[in-house]
Write a protein that binds this ligand. Structure first.
Ligand code: SF4
Length: 268
């Protein structure tokens, strides 16, 4: 893993993501190296020759930069950590960029949404608690088996660790959600994930497979799930049926879910 430090020109970016006004990406690149990652295109904005997942640039001046960016912001107050990296990937433990950014946002009117697969977030639970209702913390959970998790998200935290932290968030009354995205047909077990998490979170989000990274998705399927190769060739060629099935499954899940838990489907 090549880790470098750089100075960023801005850290608060306007976002077109539904329900989000700004995104903050404390790092460029991501150690988690998920095989379905849709953010690989970010590599072209760097000078790195290493493949995506094997380099990270640490935005060392991000906390100072944020202070300046906040003065220039136009409208809206919803900030997502993060859209093209994971704010709590392993090296956050050492560099603390996300933590220092959050400290700058504490006691402001911004609403913070954190989405991660990293257990380093456990370090900051007391800080997150200070945001009271102004924060929501999401864990991506796409798999119910560690075998699948290791194949698709090799350097992210284990599923059990994510669930343990969700329990802690619940205990501390911090708003939380799980994000099942991408839904991988024949691999993601929606019922099992729901059973493990619905009593812990306020919302279950489900998102379709982003077809941007087709080659890596198909290579992973061919290597580890050869029986699914044909199905995935079809999905990658035309995902109409896949989307239709996903809508039906989500509807069914919504009819079975605990009434206090919201279910949302995101189709890009
Ligand atoms: S955690 Fe997100 S940004 Fe990082 S590799 Fe995985 S999908 Fe990509």
């Amino acid at each position: 893993m090549k880790v470098t430090q750089k100075k960023c020109k801005s850290i608060l970016s306007s976002s077109g993501i539904y329900g989000v006004d700004y995104s903050i990406n404390p790092y460029t690149g991501c150690q988690h190296n998920c095989k379905y990652c849709y953010a690989t295109y970010m590599k072209k904005f760097t000078d790195h020759t290493e493949p995506w997942g094997e380099f990270v640039e640490v935005k060392q001046n991000a906390p100072q930069r944020l202070q300046k960016d906040l003065h220039k912001k136009k409208s809206g107050n919803k900030i997502l950590f993060s859209s093209v990296t994971d704010p709590y990937q392993p090296l956050e433990e050492e560099y603390e960029i996300t933590k220092r950014l959050l400290e700058k946002l504490e006691n402001t009117f911004f609403e913070i949404n954190i989405l991660t697969k990293g257990d380093v977030i456990e370090r900051d639970l007391s800080l997150l608690e200070e945001f009271e209702d102004g924060i929501s913390v999401g864990f991506t959970i796409n798999f119910s088996s560690e075998r699948d998790r290791k194949i698709w998200e090799p350097n992210a935290s284990q599923i059990e660790d994510r669930i343990r932290i969700l329990k802690e968030l619940n205990k501390r009354d911090i708003n939380s959600y799980i994000h099942i995205g991408p839904y991988l047909e024949g691999i993601t077990d929606l019922d099992k994930i729901k059973q493990r998490t619905e009593h812990l979170v306020d919302e279950i989000q489900i998102e379709n497979l982003n077809l941007r990274n087709q080659e890596k998705i198909l290579d992973t399927i061919k290597k580890h799930y050869p029986d699914l190769e044909e199905k995935y060739r079809d999905i990658l060629e035309d995902d109409g049926r896949y989307r239709h099935k996903l809508k039906t499954k989500t509807k069914k899940l919504a009819s079975q879910i605990d009434e206090d838990t919201q279910i949302s489907l995101f189709l890009d």
